[in-house]
Write a protein that binds this ligand. Structure first.
Ligand code: AMP
Ligand code: TRP
Length: 344
């Protein structure tokens, strides 16, 4: 695992611009966990790297019971619009739908053949999701091989994600090494890029569980979506779980309070010591009101840009078509190498 600060240093130590790839599944509206753990990191570092950001719509099919074609299409467009609204510069980065670059699925098959079942059986995300479904599709099991293909097809150096995805980046390295030793050195080994603080935002209503899109569908005050109105945000923050005390130091706070402090820290960009000084002895009501104000101020410009983007006729279609063409040009080259080495 590389922290963002260390990675930023290493881009300036040699001349070659490193490649970054990441993605988000279009399974619902993005929440502040996605924003803090992933999207805001992409935005902050976009000028340092060659960047590819995809909308992982093929991964969304791994639980097919949850998918309706029209919703998947609409969600994918929403995610693309939110990428730009959050600050990704389409001139600087390549934004595309995973399904528009068929080389991902092609390479995924080849990598699946190089992946021992035991590695996949150890994946915690698979174990959790499989335990929640009655029938488990094979695609849910081989999900990490497709994610490895997403990353390796661009020979990415870094994968900026929340820390729940670290195991998937680790297995990507293992799969790359196995391919390289079986067929020849093609793939560099990618590293994870995590925030040092905010890599796992917890549920507001349950600070023992990661904030997640699927829980947010049934529990209103679990998450804050990037498109929530100020009054919805207010309900979620004011009802967030805290404790009976008044401890607001990061190291000593209870999990719910620490989660609120961490969201405040990341969105404000202030030092921990300044934050602790600001909130000491003021009670959780004050912390919540300040956080509410900050979250609303952070999301407001994103929501305004989002609306503008959605109203621009044809804009997203063109952007995604261009993104797919730029991504395919890189992906097809890697696939050609892989075809040559494997003999298919
Ligand atoms: P997903 O919603 O599972 O497609 O996740 C998209 C990205 O957001 C991945 O990089 C995740 O690691 C990140 N992410 C999801 N939930 C959280 C969370 N609660 N805190 C921090 N990062 C998250
Ligand atoms: N599995 C990731 C998630 O649920 C989404 C994803 C798919 C991804 N392919 C990727 C993330 C490649 C990083 C790189 O969050």
């Amino acid at each position: 695992m590389t922290t963002i600060e260390a990675a930023a240093q290493s881009t300036t130590q040699n001349n070659r611009k490193k490649t970054v790839l990441s993605g988000i599944q279009p399974t619902g509206i993005l929440h502040i966990g996605n924003y803090i753990g992933a999207l805001s990191v992409w935005v902050a570092n976009q000028h340092l790297y060659n960047n590819l950001f995809m909308i992982a719509n093929l991964h969304a099919l791994t639980i097919p019971e949850a998918v309706k074609a029209n919703e998947l299409r609409e969600n994918a467009r929403r995610v693309a619009a939110l990428y730009i609204a959050a600050g990704l510069d389409p001139k600087e980065v390549v934004i595309f739908l995973q399904s528009d670059v068929p080389a991902h699925a092609y390479l995924a098959w080849i990598l699946t053949c190089c992946t021992p079942m035991g590695w996949l059986e150890r994946m915690t995300q698979f174990k959790t999701k499989a335990s929640q479904s009655e029938t488990v599709g094979t695609g849910l099991f081989t999900y990490p091989a497709l994610q490895a293909a997403d990353i390796l097809i661009y020979k990415a150096d870094y994968v900026p994600v929340g820390d729940d995805q670290n195991q998937h980046v680790e297995i990507t390295r293992d799969i790359a090494q196995r391919f390289n030793s079986l067929f020849g050195e093609v793939f560099p080994l990618p590293g994870t890029l995590n925030r040092s603080s905010g890599a796992r935002v917890m549920g507001l209503d349950d600070p023992t569980a990661k904030m997640s899109k699927s829980i947010a569908e049934t529990r209103k005050s679990h998450a804050i979506s990037l498109l929530d109105t100020p009054s919805t945000i207010k309900k979620a923050i004011m009802s967030a779980v805290t404790d009976a005390g008044s401890e607001t130091r990061f190291e000593h706070a209870s999990p719910g309070v620490k989660n609120l402090l961490t969201i405040y820290e990341v969105m404000s960009g202030e030092e921990r010591s300044a934050i602790e000084e600001k909130f000491v002895g003021k009670g959780y009501g004050f912390l919540k009101r300040e956080l509410l104000d900050l979250v609303v101020r952070t999301l407001e410009p994103i929501q305004t840009r989002y609306k503008e983007i959605r109203e621009r006729e044809g804009y997203l279609d063109e952007l995604l078509a261009q993104g797919a063409a730029r991504a395919s040009a890189i992906a097809d080259k890697t696939l050609e190498e892989v075809r040559r080495l494997t003999g298919v």
